[in-house]
Write a protein that binds this ligand. Structure first.
Ligand SMILES: [Zn+2]
Length: 452
């Protein structure tokens, strides 16, 4: 209990209704008839049973008449965390899914990414991807951009303008034999990464941070990888890349880095496997590589739509969790054809069920577990769980107001259904029509009127 002398932050909003989130102990915790207060800094000031509202209003100095009631069936859940998305591939999302990874990169991806030298083109696509993901409830996104620094800075600017929490990465690659125009020298890549980090940090965006981004080992020389490891270490920065997406890629890495014991060892040797690292895919990691992930605190971004769409593999999430490796979900636009994290939830469940078809003894993931991976798990994978991921006092209020009974909505609710049933329906059948409001760090960013 706080003493009356302690200065309390001013309360900006108080909500009363149902809150659904995950904790360390419960994959889904449902808090019915609860009040939650958000202070003017956008942080959760209190969360308590509604009968305490009078006492809370005295302590915090808000008017009970200002409390916003959510209404029947509506609930708040934490914002969704997309731990892996290529903003620069958004323009062709939903197409070009007929080739395996390495050919897919050469045929579709590199030629498109080369267009981002053009800032008008960048502005158009990056605005659309930020709007689309926000509408779909992505409050935190870990973005790959392209090799072009100014265009990548523009992505940071747009995320900031719309209020999205984002890690933004200028892609680094000095090896590309297929599309010669789309690569840098190791020296330029290092210099531009330094310029990108300095420029982005100088802008002091409250929710947007740089992330060191080697595309993946086959696109980077050992020299470049070691420079990037150094930059991340010296500046205490996040790192993102890809690992073991396909078997063909694993063999290629073995050929390119014969002195390394494994794919994970390539990154480890270059200081790129840290507790602020998130690696996408990891479908084909060995047990000893997973042990390296646990020991270093590096995380995995599971991108099931992409893994199935490009026929890359099926990550055994249960095995990763048993190794105590941090794991979040990602859309991997455009290898994944949906920018919605609700789709990532569904494809995670589908993949787990496909593994169960292959082995009936397999312990299939539950929808509750996958809900946690998409929210709290994602924040842990990005080492942002001190700021976001669930409704804990002191964290930022990153939340979706879900209305399961929105007119012309995508599913129906029947009288005896409780919140857990409705949550399951929303995760399996809901879409952006149900996400009526989105808050990030206490600011309402959807509907968009206030943000524009
Ligand atoms: Zn990717």
């Amino acid at each position: 209990m706080m003493s009356a002398q302690e200065p309390l932050a001013e309360i900006a909003r108080v909500f009363r209704g149902t809150f659904v989130h995950s904790t360390q102990y419960a994959a889904v915790e449902i808090l019915e008839d609860t009040v939650l207060g958000v202070d003017i800094e956008g942080k959760i000031a209190f969360i308590a049973r509604a009968e305490e509202v009078a006492r809370l209003s005295e302590i915090w100095g808000f008017k009970i008449s200002d409390v916003k009631h959510l209404g029947k069936h509506r609930f708040f859940m934490p914002g969704l965390v997309d731990t892996h998305i290529h903003a620069s591939q958004y323009s062709y999302t939903g197409t070009a899914l007929d080739l395996p990874l390495l050919q897919w990169l050469n045929t579709y991806t590199f030629p498109v990414e080369a267009n981002y030298k053009d800032l008008d083109f960048s502005q158009d696509v990056y605005t659309k991807v930020v709007i689309r993901t926000l509408k779909n409830g992505t409050t935190t996104a870990c973005y790959f951009a392209t090799i072009y620094t100014d265009s990548t800075l523009l992505l940071g600017e747009i995320a900031d303008k719309f209020g999205q929490r984002a890690l933004v990465g200028k892609v680094c690659m000095d090896v590309n034999n297929a599309v010669q125009c789309y690569k840098e020298t190791a020296g330029d890549s290092t210099e531009e990464t330094n310029r990108f980090i300095r420029a982005l940090l100088k802008r002091k965006y409250p929710l947007v941070r740089p992330v060191v981004t080697p595309r993946f080992a086959p696109s980077c020389s050992a020299t470049l990888l070691s420079h990037l490891g150094e930059i991340a270490k010296n500046n205490d920065l996040h790192i993102q890349s890809h690992i073991s997406e396909t078997k063909e890629e694993v063999s290629l890495v073995q050929e390119l880095f014969p002195d390394s014991e494994s794919y994970a060892d390539v990154y480890l040797k270059h200081n790129l496997l840290t507790d602020k690292t998130v690696m996408a895919h990891a479908c084909h990691l060995t047990d000893s590589e997973l042990t390296l992930f646990r020991e270093t605190g590096a995380a995995i971004s599971h991108c099931p739509n992409s893994n199935i769409s490009l026929c890359s593999g099926m990550l055994d999430v249960r095995r990763v969790l048993r190794h105590n490796v941090k794991l979040g979900l990602g859309t991997d636009v455009a290898g994944g054809y949906s920018p919605s994290m609700l789709d990532a939830i569904r494809r995670t469940l589908d993949t787990s069920k496909a593994l169960t078809i292959q082995d009936p003894q397999y312990e299939t993931l539950t929808f509750e577990e996958v809900f946690r991976l998409a929210t709290l798990g994602g924040s842990q994978a990005l080492s942002l769980d001190d700021r976001t991921g669930n409704f804990q006092v002191g964290k930022d209020f990153d939340a979706l107001l879900v209305d399961p009974t929105v007119p012309d909505g995508p599913f129906d609710v029947f009288p005896k259904e409780d919140t857990k049933v409705i949550l399951e329906k929303f995760l399996n059948l809901g879409d952006d029509r149900n996400i009526v409001e989105v808050y990030i760090a206490g600011r309402r960013v959807v509907p968009f009127q206030e943000a524009m």
